[in-house]
Every structure is written in structure tokens, then in C-alpha cells.
Design a protein around this ligand. Sequence first.
Ligand code: DX5
Ligand code: ZN
Length: 226
Amino acid sequence: MFVIEFCYIDMVKISPSLLSADFGNLKADLDKINRSAADWLHIDIMDGVFVPNISFGFPVLKYVANLCEKPLDVHLMIVQPEKFIQEVKGINAMMMNVHYEACVHLHRVVQQIKDAGMKAGVTLNPATPVNVLEDIIEEVDMVLLMSVNPGFGGQKFIPHTLEKVRKLKRLIEETNSKALIEVDGGVNIDTGSQLVKAGADVLVAGNAVFKADDMIDMIARLKKCD
Ligand code: DX5
Ligand code: ZN
């Protein structure tokens, strides 16, 4: 009898976005994430200043961190994110993503995140060109490209993101950077496949996962995007 093992190496990573979860029954949703092929859990923190919405803070995330068995991929949509490096570390985050547009001294913030023992991600809004990262791309572990304007789940994917992924991929190859490319906003099976073809390594998906009839199956299908 032949046993065919499913190998996840080289497959796109999936990071479901907690923002679209059922907050009345968070434990049930997190149990499903734990049982799924999801690679990470994406956590959106908003301050009502950098983006026109407020999500959740560390008192809630402490419980999420206890219930979730996947590495935490934290996306801070806040001004002065460097003020919260220790709090993000405190929930045992694997990755801390800060917005390029929110950091005056981005190089220092990236070093501080790494010194705290986390991976450092830099996020770009849809209108920010990838070439602003030219002088820091070798220092970062991931670039998160927003494919919607940040602040809300369930928005429509901005197609120009595909061109940005291709440009970023070129920049990463030219500089021998090890940075992963993550894309966030309006990702589903269709846009996910286009993104993987363009060079994306990690897909964030909120509504596509948490509003699906079968979350675990949807995550498995996203994982097969190629
Ligand atoms: C938006 C957040 C996203 C959001 C994605 O500002 O950064 O992570 O949850 O949600 P969907 O996948 O529904 O667009
Ligand atoms: Zn996000």
C-alpha cells in the first residue's frame, strides 16, 4: 500500500484574520483554527487614530493567546507602535507588523522588535510604493502589503496589489533579502490564486474564512492556491 504524504513545504501560508471571528463564541472559532491547516493567526489592532476604527486590545488578546495554538501574526494599525513592543511580546507574538506610514524612525523600530525576540514585519498601505523599502528590505522578516485601505474586514481587493507583489518580489531577489510577502484585504480563493502566482508567500483572510460555511475546508482550499 502506498501512503501519499501531503507536504506543506513551499505551499502558501494562511493567516486567518481574527477581526472577522464570532466574538460571542471566540473559543469555538479558535478551536477550529487550531484544528485547521492555518499556519498563523492574524491579529488586527486598531486605535481609531491611524485607522477610522477600533478593534481589540491586550486584555482580550491575552485570552486569545492562551486559546490559540498557532503562531500569532500581529498587525498594528496604530500610531507610535513602538510604544507597545513589550505588550505584543507579552502575548507571545511570533511576528509584529508595523505600518511604514506610522513610524518616523522605522529602522529603529525594526531593530527594537527583533531585540525583543520577535520577527519584524513592515506594512504598506495601498498608496505607498514598494520602493520606499529599498534601504530596509534586508533587515525585515516580512513585508505586509495592504490590498484594501486598513480599518475594516470585508472590503474589495484592490487589483493593483498584484503589480506591487511582483515589484516587491523583484526587490527582494535583487537584494538577497529573506523577507516574506504577505497580503491582507479582500483575499479569497480567486484573488488568493492570483496573489500566489504574482509571488505572495502568506495570505491573510478574514471574511473568506470566518464567514465560510466550513472554515476548516476553506482554509484547506486557500492553502492549495497556486
Ligand atoms: C483590515 C485588516 C484585515 C482584515 C481582512 O484593516 O488588516 O486583516 O481583517 O479582512 P478581509 O479578509 O475580510 O478583507
Ligand atoms: Zn490585518
